[in-house]
Unconditional design. Structure first.
Length: 171
């Protein structure tokens, strides 16, 4: 497969490739093939899709690219069109150990939804001031997350207030 030329690798990616010596030996231009020869992860196709914004890269893909290019992970996330986030992994507070499996799944879904939809894409129905339906089960929280795309702290608090309902129902 022919390598992409420098015009095909956009900045700031091209500069990072040059800095790490990931260039075509014949032309001196940034090269996806040079990256793939030096690093086994991600694949050439995944790298191309990440650089050109054709697919949403996974966190492990972004971490591998950040390490290979010696660029901070938050910077690579931004270059790939994702929220920058933090360089260090998130660790929940110790109180999270008191949550049951359903609650943990709900919080996991909340985190995924917050990262998946940048603030500019938040649907109007999820903005402050909207009327929320009562939440009486952890499943309702997950349903609301899927429905609106962005759960509110109020929604989480209402779900937590009704956590005993799940225990009474044997869930």
């Amino acid at each position: 497969m022919a390598d992409m030329n420098a015009r095909s690798i956009p900045e700031p990616w091209a500069a990072a490739f040059r800095e790490r010596g990931l260039v075509d030996k014949r032309t001196g231009e940034p090269s996806l093939n040079a990256f793939s020869r030096r690093f086994s992860t991600p694949s050439l196709e995944t790298l191309r899709n990440t650089i050109h914004g054709l697919r949403t890269p996974s966190e492990p893909t972004l971490a591998a690219v950040a390490e290979a290019l010696n660029i901070p992970l938050p910077t690579i996330r931004e270059w790939a069109g994702r929220p920058a986030g933090e360089a260090a992994p998130y660790s929940p507070p110790p109180e999270a150990d008191q949550m049951n499996t359903r609650q943990r799944k709900a919080v996991d879904e909340l985190i995924r939804s917050m990262v998946a939809a940048p603030a500019a894409e938040v649907p109007a129905s999820s903005k402050p001031g909207r009327r929320l339906k009562p939440v009486t089960r952890a499943d309702d929280l997950v349903d609301e997350v899927h429905e609106t795309g962005v759960p509110s702290p109020e929604l989480i608090n209402r779900a937590a207030a009704h956590k005993d309902d799940d225990k009474e129902d044997g869930k």
